[in-house]
Design a binder for this molecule. Sequence first.
Ligand SMILES: Nc1ncnc2c1ncn2[C@@H]1O[C@H](COP(=O)(O)OP(=O)(O)OP(=O)(O)O)[C@@H](O)[C@H]1O
Ligand SMILES: [Mg+2]
Length: 366
Amino acid sequence: MSSELRVENLRKVFATTTGQGSALKAAVDDVSFTIAAGEIVVLLGPSGCGKTTTLRCVAGLEHPTSGKIVIGGTVYTDPQAGVLVPPRNRNLGMVFQSYAVWPHMTVRQNVAYPLKSRHLKGAALDKGVLEALELVELADYADRPVTQLSGGQMQRVALARSMVYQPQILLLDEPLSNLDAQLRLRLRDDLRRIIKRVGLTALYVTHDQTEAVVLGDRIGVMRDGKLLQLDAPSEIYNQPADLFVARFTGATNEIDGRVVSRDGGFGAVAVASGDRLITRMGANLAVGASVRVALRPDNVGLAPSGEGFAGRVETRHYQGTQTVYQVSVMGTTIEALEVGSAARYAEGSAVMVAVPPEVCWAYPVG
Ligand SMILES: Nc1ncnc2c1ncn2[C@@H]1O[C@H](COP(=O)(O)OP(=O)(O)OP(=O)(O)O)[C@@H](O)[C@H]1O
Ligand SMILES: [Mg+2]
């Protein structure tokens, strides 16, 4: 049955060889989080930020330097206390980037294997396998050799095989990254439905922000071994904790300025042009502070006239279903995204640029 996962002050230091000799580097640096039973948490971050290492520590494949892994109230990893339960005794399901299916077996044999190794037989075995195959919509493929499947089908076999024995936790490490774009989108939606139907607790790692948003009940953004923010997707997108989280989730416009006044959770920022931009800001920012304001291109509104800052379209890139504009405004250049198949503004045209205060966030710099 699915269980709660608690990761406490997890740290994993690797010895790395550099030009100067060997050095110690924390791949995971004091990471703590809890996943409720039946919840899906996605760890999101750039390559090398420590996602896989965190997952491998949960699996027991990696021995952490310090910290604790507690699953369903039982301590599975605690190096200080000399506790390290081997992976096979953790009752976890795992799905990786590569299609880890057994090539010499049929679909049915692949999915039956974990049940057989748990000594299930006869009708109970057949029932378990059939249910798992139906869940991933591969019941009609049961007797095919897995080598005759597409990548997406193989990955669904891997998923069925990792869930058939009802693990306490399901661990998934970029399971969609070897699939072509279309299949990736389809399986991404399927994955959440399947995991939720079974009610599994899942830890999913990826560097793809849209995957994280679609799949996760909560998203944890990592950088350099640290967990920067763990929140519901809408919180990550609408209230990023710092400039890195904002940038990594697509708030790519950055406008520098200085705080000139404060009012509750908002404040006015004087920018290069002398204009005042009203933004959200944390309590740590006082009047006079140098800040960088992050803003998503899709939250920049363009209009022929009306409210906002006067700007000019520098370039436009028509992409069929959306148009990306570079607009000079407030003494800098920002990107604006117009959704729809009609590009309404020509290069060189004057526009009014609206930036709603609730979607601008100021962060300290320097
Ligand atoms: N066995 C190892 N020995 C030494 N360093 C390692 C080892 N495994 C990982 N690292 C280092 O730890 C850091 C985190 O690696 P990890 O594989 O956890 O990153 P990741 O977030 O999964 O990246 P990616 O998105 O590329 O898969 C990296 O700097 C990596 O080089
Ligand atoms: Mg990885």
